[in-house]
Design a protein around this ligand. Sequence first.
Ligand code: FAD
Length: 449
Amino acid sequence: MYDLIVIGGGPGGYTAAARAASKGVGRVLLIEKNALGGTCLNEGCIPAKTLLHSAKLWQSVKGASKYGVVAEAVEYKQDKVIARKNKIVRKLVAGVKAKVTASGAEILLGEASVVAVENNLYTVQVGEEQFQTTKLILAQGGEVSIPPIKGLDRVSYWTSREALSAKELPQDLTVIGGGVIGMEFAAYFCSVGVKVNVVEMLPEILGGLDREISSQLREEYSKLGVNFYLNAKVVEVSPEGVTIEHEGETKLLPASQLLLSTGRRPQTKGLEVLGLEMQGRGVKVNAKMETSAPGVYAIGDLTGFSQLAHTAIREAGVAVDNILGNEKEISYRAIPAVVYCTPEVAGVGYTEEQLQKENIPYTKASLNMTYAGRFVVENEQGSGLCKVLIGEKDEILGVHMLGNTSSEIIVVAAVAIDNGISASRLAEVIFPHPTVAEIIKETIDSEQK
Ligand SMILES: Cc1cc2nc3c(=O)[nH]c(=O)nc-3n(C[C@H](O)[C@H](O)[C@H](O)COP(=O)(O)OP(=O)(O)OC[C@H]3O[C@@H](n4cnc5c(N)ncnc54)[C@H](O)[C@@H]3O)c2cc1C
């Protein structure tokens, strides 16, 4: 008999199991059907960022003469990059295993299904074995969603999984889907010399991110040779390539390699007996991460909501606190979104498009990243943008940035938004100099002069 069973060992599940065991929930079992670390460590965030880092290094070395450093005879070895990626994944997965074990939670490898519910007691089956518990955290994550495109059954294609393991670079690549994941792959393959097309059905890449910044990123990659087809519809794929309808014409894009990056959907298999209330394809939860079944919580990509590892991790904390009786509600006010291209994109809070849609009044402070001395030092001929959106009561509604290293800096804005720190108060904080982060303060000051 367990006090808690967690199904799924991704960032949501392993965080929940380790936290629950170490905070005294009692006997905790974590069940994972593939590899601990889930999508994030094995075929998502970490492998993608490992590849992107190698590509960034390669671009830096090739462009080093701009900084007075002459590098000769540099080579990019895709097979070695993949070998390093595999080594990093092994190391981090081992780290997760050590963390969960040290917490006192038990780990079981196998596919779990909930097979019976009686008087709020849940029976979970793995192979021939059955386990009982009064509390469940469902953290089964998501899987690649394949759209019904004509001809897909006649061609071979990559999803993110195969793209992250390709030991050889294709001659050219057509990416269907210009969201965050599609753009990171487009950036990677373009940076290492592959001719890349991106086909996106919406008017702009990067979906719900700030439109002005997304369009600037697209322009940067257009200059590097990526062909973007926006407002484009995929009609068919065939061995000859991808046929699209774009700007009133039918076009055939040659694609020696096709990459589908059209989204992910929650993995709900094995939960049928629970009869859970759903929201779209995801499991419906309230602010405490409770599902419609008593004692059953759902977190992470399974809810189909944010589909980000850091959201899954925070939701795990909220679910465990509620199991412990420390009433907690999730706040989604400040979920940072990052695109790890070069230049990086990062944003948190409302975008201008959302504010306009919701009729929320705001002032926009915006500065080129070159106002930060450190940015100029480290980005020869580089430019970028920092936007701070400020409400009528001086509250920070959103911050959106283009430029390295906005992925690290955005947390300053997230802390401010999450804690209701006003724009003028944030600008009074002493930022270390010279740092790129100073751009946030500079941008606010530029508006409040
Ligand atoms: C290419 C790519 C890049 C990404 N980059 C980022 C990024 O930079 N930043 C970011 O925040 N997010 C990123 N993501 C998204 C991120 O990976 C997910 O949001 C995150 O992994 C969700 O965590 P989770 O714990 O909900 O689910 P998952 O990580 O998907 O883990 C779920 C686990 O449950 C297991 N499981 C499922 N069903 C069962 C069952 N019945 N029994 C036992 N085990 C089961 C699965 O095997 C899996 O290991 C990326 C995703 C992809 C694909």
